[in-house]
Design a protein around this ligand. Sequence first.
Ligand code: ATP
Ligand code: MG
Length: 568
Amino acid sequence: MTDNASSDPSLESKTRNNFVRNLIAEQIERGEHSGDVVTRFPPEPNGYLHIGHAKSICLNFGLAEQFGGKCRLRFDDTNPEKENQEYIDSIQADVRWLGFDWDGEVRFTSQYFDRLYGYALHLIENGDAYVDELSSEQAREYRGDWNTPGRNSPYRDRSVAENLAAFEQMRAGEFAEGQAALRAKIDMAAGNMNLRDPVIYRIRHAAHHQTANTWCIYPSYDFAHGQSDAIEGVTHSICTLEFEDHRPLYNWFLEHLPVPCRPVQTEFGRLNLNYTITSKRKLKRLVDEGFVDGWDDPRMPTISGIRRRGYTPESIRNFCETIGVSRGDGVVDASVLEAAIRDDLNVSAPRAMCVMDPLKVVITNYPEDRVETLTAPGHPSREDLPARELPFTRKLYIENDDFREQANKKYKRLVLGKRVRLRNAYVIEATDVVKNERGEIVEVHCRYDADTLGDNPADGVKPKGVIHWVSASHGRRALVRQYDRLFSVEQPGRGDSDFLDDLNPLSLRAFNQCWIEPGLADVPAEHRVQFERSGYFVADRYDHQPGAPVFNRIVALRDTWAKTRDQE
Ligand code: ATP
Ligand code: MG
């Protein structure tokens, strides 16, 4: 163990798998950095945040927390046509739900449009930028490719005065979209394509959600991003690996402009999760084309979808901690995310019983009008969770699946002529079945052994199985939605295939005949519970009403029921 670990083991384990944390800790140790870390999370408000963004949020806000610094939320709003207020609102709600709060007010790149415009003038005045009037096709051709150096545009050597005048015309709306663009004058032969005179400003005759019609020219991402970082005093500008090739450009702008500070860009590997897509464009298609019920459909990998599915913010943060932060791109198995919520709910979720596919049981030796209130622990190992009251009555429901007329020894549930324990209640023995005209079993008649509450039967033969049940007269009806993975293949849309062809047709199965313990019908929305032997569920954030319960399956239990059952 290192000294660090012995003084704060959690810090040591947290630092181990996060190279950015290590990097900053080393910078501070070497005295290269004061420790006043400033980071930012810079989403474009063109969709809802997804699980990949959660990684970036946990990283940026987490670093600020760990080093006692600040993290800003900045909307990178330079594409007005694709952005809107709904996205701005949802992004803020999602960041807060994850448990983070940004430093100061929310910021917008658009707040800096005046300053960015000034920076553009500065570049022009220094001969570092020019207004190009090549058509987009020509510009592409002049740009060259990996193997061919680009060629200089004929507009490249315009005078400063000419450039200033043309840029003013751009701003004044005298050009059509695509007719002119402001470009940095760097190097058309650069091996790094990003340095081949990248566009700084382009024309968009579009109203902007923050600045309305003030502008018809908008800065490019590359130009706006680094300068916004600098304006905000960001020390560590953390972004995903695909921006590595943009770093020389990021630095070029900082070197050529009178910016107030010099942020340093560091790239990390983005989160890719199998059975999932993390592209806003594709997620938007699922929503727009009605394949899911909105951005927050519980099957969506959006933060709001994951929330509605029933995940806790802690589980997402723990997931992000577990997967770590490295410089490599990898694919994380969806089961890692599922394990994160199981670990959380195994400890925190109270237990309950829910019968999803009911079969009626009549206890023929139990009086018609008798109601006994049995109690069951709220949680097997947490005494702080209140005990549950379970009314026991002559008529009950069990799962269809938990009864067979005949079965071999492996089937440890209720069999005609055999015994089983009702969870938290008595041992019963099936004596008869009632069938309908189609020969289907509609009722099982049983006898109960009144001496078996918490005790083995007098003959000492312990029943092999334990099954769950709900009183038919006191249980409450519920709608239960069993969600599964949205895609049935690991890499949806792999190769040339359409990701829509990979949707899992069984990603939602609704059970509208369910019976739940009476105490569960009136829980508040977003209440989480383990339905024993089945999985973890949450009262739906929107559709659940006290008295009209609707539960979503968050995740199935690991298949450990057989083992625990044998131990009882
Ligand atoms: P998309 O490709 O889905 O549109 P984006 O990267 O364009 O995503 P932004 O709004 O620009 O979306 O992202 C905000 C921040 O989140 C960026 O810093 C980006 O690098 C980070 N981010 C986006 N996707 C992921 C991911 N899968 N893993 C980690 N970070 C991500
Ligand atoms: Mg982006």
